[in-house]
Every structure is written in structure tokens, then in C-alpha cells.
Write a protein that binds this ligand. Sequence first.
Ligand code: ATP
Ligand code: SF4
Ligand code: MG
Length: 368
Amino acid sequence: MTAAPLLEVEHLQLYFPIRRGVIVDRTIGHVHAVDDVSLSLGEGETLGIVGESGCGKTTLSRAIVRLLEPTGGAIRFRGREITRAGRRELAPVRRELQMVFQDPQASLNPRKRVGQIVGAPLVLHGVKGAAVERRVRELLGRVGLNPEHVNRFPHEFSGGQRQRIGIARALAVEPKLMMLDEPVSALDVSIQAQVINLLDDLQDEFGLAYVFVAHDLSVVRHVSDRIAVMYLGKIVESSPAEELYTKPIHPYTVGLLGAIPIPDPRQNRARRRLVVAGEPPNPIEPPSGCRFRTRCPRATDVCAAVEPQLTEYAGGHVAACHHPLNVTDAEIAAARRSPLSPLSSGDQLPQPHASLPGGDAAEVAAEG
Ligand SMILES: Nc1ncnc2c1ncn2[C@@H]1O[C@H](COP(=O)(O)OP(=O)(O)OP(=O)(O)O)[C@@H](O)[C@H]1O
Ligand code: SF4
Ligand SMILES: [Mg+2]
């Protein structure tokens, strides 16, 4: 029997109600922040999650650690269902499933000393007296901070140092999985590399698994085993990390890849700039069919009429697009024949490469 994955998320939904009314509060709609997201992660692995601002990355992370109540779907941690678990049931899971927050400034209580902040999860889990201080000093040293600074307040540290405090706090109770919500996006580029290297070392040392959230594909490239791309509450593509960069299938991923700067300025100038044009649509009323269709240069009538389902291609590469890029007709046909394919019966779609706008990957959302 194979062991259950460390984390399994199935068809997760999280909708925020929108309320209006001066006297009587009434719900007038919902923000579809996370809509039918499935993913899975093994021990010691890293899953990168990437997408533009507002696509639901933080909501997904918070729902997984149960800081937010899911609207639907299931979350299993080490085989145990935790989707609706109460406080008592969640306590042992919380120890193993920690979160590092997007904004180190806002996530550290400004009135607490760093020793109290890093020691709080230890106290919560029953560690007492001198053992707390000993462990806090050890942790500060481990994340590259001066253990003598236990009595300082958060504002006495730099941004990068504050993120190290957040990492030490998450590490304190020896978790199995850390949800890292844009752990480096608030930091200078030079400091980002230091914090990513620290996370890499900690993963090797403690066998940690990470869900590493970023809005930029360049940040997660070298740390992820697998990468999932999110658009407006949904995962639209997911693949082994390197393959996403060499063989992107979804037009949105191609657009995001175009936003990655190339180190050589001459190459950068020579290349056509590829970015995703326009603004994401309103998540309260997502577009019909494919949610990306309002910005996609390959969109056709079928994209507005039928929502593309995630389809698995060779090598565990999954994408939801009616007109996928970088796959041959034979690969598409094979994916459709797979028993796992949502299109394996009643194939209602047109042929994939029939006269499309933007037929070449390099033309996706090209600017000039
Ligand atoms: N408490 C809330 N009530 C209502 N809507 C919310 C709430 N929190 C987030 N949202 C909305 O849910 C959507 C997803 O937000 P979320 O913060 O998860 O995005 P994100 O991908 O983390 O963005 P960023 O990269 O800017 O951090 C957005 O449209 C946001 O406005
Ligand atoms: S081609 Fe159609 S289905 Fe594919 S991303 Fe564009 S709009 Fe969506
Ligand atoms: Mg966020």
C-alpha cells in the first residue's frame, strides 16, 4: 500500500459573501476567490503556486491551514480529513502545518518582543520555562539572526530580518509542511536570494515540505518540484517545475513567462515583450466558459461557451485550455483517450489547431 500524500486538496472552494444594507444586512453576491482547486504534495516536496495579484493565492493558503472556512471541497493532511475539523481536532495538525505570512511587518505583533513571538507556538504546545528561551535562541541562530536580540521588538529589524523571524516562528514546533505566502515579495532582490537559500537549507535539514506562493514565475523556478498556475480562483496549468518553463501549454502561463526578466540586457531588448494584457475580470462575476478568455488572444467561440477542464498530457503535465500550445495533435488525442480525461466521453470540442488567432506561442499577448 502506498502512503497517503502529506497534503491533498480536492475541489476546494472558498467564496467570500458580499454584504450590503444599512438596516438589514443581505448577501448580494460572492467573490469566487478559490473555485474548484485540487492539488497534492508529498513529504519533503515543494509546490510552487503562481498567479497575478487577486487570483486567490493567499485565500487558498489560508483555507488549507484552516484560518479560513472552506465553502466546499476537501482538505486532507497526512490522510486525515481536516476540512471541517474543530479546534481540538485541529490542534495536533496545526503543529505540523505552519504558515509564513505575506507581509512580515503586519504578521508580527509590534508590541511583543521577538522572543515572545517566536516562543508563542512553543508555549501553546506545552513547552515551559527555560526550555522556551533556549529553543528560541537556537531558532534565531538557525535562521541567521543574532540570538542576543531576543528582547528586541519587530520594528528594530529590517524587512528581511522580520521575515526570518516569521520563519523561525513557523519552524519552532517542527512542522512537516510550511505554507509560504509570498515569503520574499516584500524584500529587496538581494535579500530575496538569502531568504530563499535559507528556506532551501531548512528544507534539506528538516525534510520540510513547502507550498511556496509567488506572483512571479522566476521566484519559484529553482525551489519547486512542481508548479501550479492560478487564474481567477482556478488552477489552469500544473506541471513538473522545469517543464513549465520549457513547454508551457496554457496561454496565460506563456504570458506570465514573458514577464520574467532575462539577465542579459541585450537578449532582453532583442526579445519581443510578452505580458498578459489587460486587467483580470471581476471575480464576483467571472466570465462564462474559460475565465481567461477576455484576455486571451487565442480565444474562440467555444472558449466562451464551454469551460475547459484540466486535462493530463504526457509527463504529468496538466492544463485547462481548448487550444493548448506546445502539444502535438497526437498528444491531444492521447490525452483525450485517457480514462482520466474529462473529455474521454462525448468530445464536444472543435479540433485544437483549427485557424486560431495568435497561433504561435510567441504571439500570445505580445506587446510591440
Ligand atoms: N475577506 C475578504 N472578503 C471579500 N473578498 C476578499 C477577502 N479576501 C480576499 N478577497 C478577494 O478574494 C480574491 C483573492 O484574494 P487573495 O488575497 O487570495 O489574492 P492573492 O492572489 O493572494 O493576491 P496578492 O498577490 O495581491 O496577494 C480577491 O478578489 C480579493 O479581493
Ligand atoms: S484558448 Fe480559449 S480555453 Fe485556452 S486559455 Fe484562451 S480562452 Fe481559455
Ligand atoms: Mg496574497
